[in-house]
Design a protein around this ligand. Sequence first.
Ligand code: CP
Ligand code: NVA
Length: 298
Amino acid sequence: MLHLTFDKDFTKKEIWQIFKLAKKLKDKQKKGESHELLRGKSLAMIFQKPSTRTRVSFETAITQLGGHAQYLSVSDLQLGRGETIKDTAKVLSRYVDGIMARVFSHQDIIDLAKNSNVPVINGLSDKFHPCQALTDLFTIWEKRQKLKNLTMVFVGDGDNNVTNSLLLICDILGVELKIACPDKYRTKKEILDLAKRKIEISNNLKTIVKNADVIYTDTWISMGREDEKEREIILTPYQVNQKLVSLAKKDAIVMHCLPAHRNHEITDEIMDGPHSIIFDQAENRLHVQKAILVKLLK
Ligand code: CP
Ligand code: NVA
């Protein structure tokens, strides 16, 4: 059974199949053509944390594919009263054709996948956000018509789910990723060990950003880390602003998985300026997740 628990569940070949299918489905949707490849299929969506993009894009994706989604917040499930993840997976897979889950602990995704008879999709865990990373690389490919010879720079919290997933997908697809982060928030060794290539990580922002094709940032305080107030202070020098972007290539693109904390990790000027492809990136969650759903559920 193929699941998407983290980025390495798909091979390079499978990722390219997903990108090509996403492009095809996006074209069809733009032309108003029907693409009901998952007619009658049901997707359970478990949420332990809030979401705007993941929830709405998955529900819209399966609906436009002819299927149906059920939003299940933990407080509405018996999971909230102590039923185990294992039993939840066993029961849900008797009803639905796929399970998407957003969880605190990545172990919950692993336990869901282990105990489910239908595909499980990670809609974000503390360790990985593979649907986001697939969308991000698809968006770069769409904008640049290539992924070869591009340098992408992640600026900010080097130790979160989005950074980890980008690192793995860039490794699989052969895109050079460099990380500029404070020493305190360096990417963990266990994640670096999952990649084949050596990743350049430094607290020297200027050197890393110089000549970059893509600058990517994410919130300084991920969900579940709200108590770590010192992050705001330690990460302040890593703000993506005009001064920083001017170090990159002239035509560099700026990305953010959203939600953004405007004028913290990224300024208004950059978010709404000519380098930003942030809202196209957000839209592509819909198209790429359609392709993921077709690949796993059809
Ligand atoms: N990028 C992302 O996953 O957004 P949500 O938290 O709104 O789903
Ligand atoms: N790193 C962020 C991503 C949000 C989509 C978080 O986990 O909150």
